[in-house]
Design a protein around this ligand. Structure first.
Ligand code: NAD
Ligand code: TDX
Length: 342
């Protein structure tokens, strides 16, 4: 199979490319189109650089020329499948600067779809990676795929735009689109601005863990390998125009995750620092995964085991996150701004 993966230098995209090469070996060809924003780290996939099955294209999904170049594939023969991970992804950043979210998460999706019509008329599958956040917050019960969208922050509103744009191209032009809505991912190579990698790396350095509000917000946690396996499964088994929730079945309050991290790292609860709440902070995300389950997909990860392995990965891979936390001027500037408001 010939894949175009966008945003493959980021967290889930890099895990997905590794998953595909581990599973399919030389049968897979992957073009990775990535803009290398603050969140893109090309070295995450250093082991594939120079391989004849892998090609990195430095470009923007919102720039038609870059996208057309990527649709040529690894060897000029084209691509069969697109998996669009490229996005601005951090809710806190969308509260400071929403414009880039609209540009990439909405307009970028439009360009990718439009260029697919021109450059890849025989595409077998276009996977639009959306998020559980597009449904908004739910106090009880779980959202199914047919529930209305109610995004409540600029990030999720932008993702909802991209999600529905992909659907519109399926309806209007018959493109083989599948939309996936995943819950909170965790695992190796996650940028240390998201809850788990931020808290693990702060704990290692005896720095405060800034827990927002009362710490009782609930997220559903999905190990990144299960997410990659589900996407791979839906490339083959999903139906055109359909949307699939990909949850983890692991709903936890943030304060519980925080305490577990401290236990694994072996640091005291006194590192927890209650800070003022995120504006518009969604209370609880919960999605019903019966549709994916009924199609035959099976999750393989135990949450506690995966969390422990993830924490140990950050402990063992200090140079990876120290390069960001200590040498990225952008990272330091973001946190200076973030805590100036709190
Ligand atoms: P990430 O922030 O780690 O990586 C995003 C990647 O996209 C980076 O490599 C970045 O350089 C690239 N990128 C950004 N703008 C681009 C552009 N205009 N053109 C090309 N590349 C661009 O993100 P992630 O956590 O890996 O998320 C991947 C996808 O999964 C996103 O679409 C996100 O909305 C979705 N998602 C994430 C989660 C989660 O918990 N992380 C959950 C559900 C859905
Ligand atoms: O410092 C923090 N303190 C804190 O209490 C951070 C960074 C987060 N939190 C809370 C906010 C959320 O309730 O932890 C929870 C998780 O926060 P994030 O890691 O920022 O993720 P979230 O806002 O839930 O969004 C994530 O899941 C859905 C991803 O960032 C999105 O890309 C994905 O679509």
């Amino acid at each position: 199979m010939r894949y175009l993966v966008t945003g493959g230098a980021g967290f889930i995209g890099s895990n997905f490319i590794r998953y595909i090469f581990n599973k399919y070996g030389a049968d897979a060809q992957v073009v990775n189109l990535d803009k290398l924003t603050y969140a893109g780290i090309r070295e995450n996939l250093a082991e594939y650089e120079g391989s004849k099955n892998y090609r990195f294209v430095h470009g923007d999904i919102a720039t038609p020329e870059d996208v057309a170049e990527a649709y040529k594939g690894v060897d000029g023969s084209g691509v069969d499948v697109v998996v669009n991970f490229a996005a601005e992804t951090h809710v806190d950043r969308s509260l400071m600067e929403a414009g880039t979210f609209i540009q990439t998460d909405v307009h970028g999706v439009l360009v990718l779809l439009e260029e697919a019509r021109k450059n890849a008329p025989n595409l077998r599958r276009f996977i639009q990676i959306s998020t559980d956040e597009v449904y908004g917050s739910i106090d009880q019960g779980s959202f199914t795929e047919s529930d209305p969208l109610n995004p409540r922050n600029p990030y999720s509103a932008s993702k909802a735009g991209g999600d529905r744009m992909a659907y519109a191209y399926a309806q209007t032009y018959g493109m083989p689109v599948v939309v996936t809505r995943a819950s909170n991912n965790f695992g190796p190579y996650q940028y240390p601005e998201k809850l788990i990698p931020l808290f693990v790396t702060n704990a290692i350095d005896d720095q405060p863990l800034p827990l927002y509000g009362d710490g009782k917000n609930i997220r559903d946690w999905l190990f990144v390998d299960d997410h990659c396996a589900a996407i791979d499964f839906l490339i083959e088994n999903g139906s055109n125009s359909e949307t699939y929730n990909i949850g983890g079945g692991n709903e936890r309050e943030n304060r519980e995750i925080t305490q577990k991290i401290l236990q694994i790292v072996g640091k005291p609860d006194s590192l927890i620092k209650r800070v003022s709440d995120r504006q518009g902070h969604d209370r609880r995300y919960s999605i019903d995964t019966a549709k994916l389950n009924n199609l035959g997909f099976r999750w393989t990860t135990d949450f506690d085991d995966a969390l422990e392995r993830t924490v140990r990965w950050y402990v063992a891979n200090e140079p990876w996150w120290r390069a960001i936390k200590e040498r990225s001027a952008e990272y330091k500037a973001f946190y200076a701004k973030q805590y100036a408001n709190r």
